[in-house]
Design a protein around this ligand. Sequence first.
Ligand SMILES: C[S@@+](CC[C@H](N)C(=O)[O-])C[C@H]1O[C@@H](n2cnc3c(N)ncnc32)[C@H](O)[C@@H]1O
Length: 255
Amino acid sequence: MTLRAFVLRGGGASVALDRLHVSTDVLGVVEGDDMVTVWLAGALPAIDFGEVVIEELSPEVANATATGLEHDVPILVASDLLVRPPWVDRPASFVGFELVVPRGMAFGSGEHDSTQAALLALHAAWCDPATFADVGTGSGILASYAWLRGCRRVEACDIEEPAVLAARELLPAAKVVLGGPEALPFRADFVIANLTGAEQHAALPAILELWTGCAPLVLSGMRAHEVDAVAARLPLPAIARARGAFTALTVLPRS
Ligand SMILES: C[S@@+](CC[C@H](N)C(=O)[O-])C[C@H]1O[C@@H](n2cnc3c(N)ncnc32)[C@H](O)[C@@H]1O
């Protein structure tokens, strides 16, 4: 069906919408300040619209189906590590680890260099830890990597509620809590945190407290000028890996 869309502008827009509802089948509505856009199967009915200015949108705009998701592509983080949203197909030729993460309300769908730096460090340092903690989990992408690789005691935290909800949805088996690293329920062997430099400094005492030291610690999300100051606060020397403008530091366990 080809729809027609009309914008009703003015102080009487919501009254006009009420009148439209009783006189015709309104198939769609978007309400703004003193403005209503309605979608109908045909012409506007001949009713009294009051004090509104009416403009019809072009058929192309009225029937647009773009969702903003059409241009999403798989993100090849390493030759054997891919991130894609569920609505994008896995490339037929890809062999390796695949993280399927929707692009939603939380940070971490694989596009950002700080996420990629964290994933690359995680991928390089992976050692089948018994426990894994993701501080500042966002969408849950890094925790999801640990689960994909077989870790079955995964915990994650974020100070933003939408992130906690997104991570719980992505990884129902993980323990995801609202708050900082101090809110996590158990100490973890492998700990990762992709945070800004300032956030790393603020959270570092609790992150080090959380980390058992039995597997690597990865801190990502720092810009080049922030790296040395964070590295200087770590108990052991760290390996630095950059991706675009962001660096991940990896501290390996003593033995
Ligand atoms: C850069 S995003 C990283 C998201 C995801 N882990 C990734 O790598 O793409 C940082 C996240 O950390 C959260 N955050 C910032 N400071 C935090 C803290 N002290 N404790 C827990 N989460 C924090 C933010 O709300 C945000 O969701």
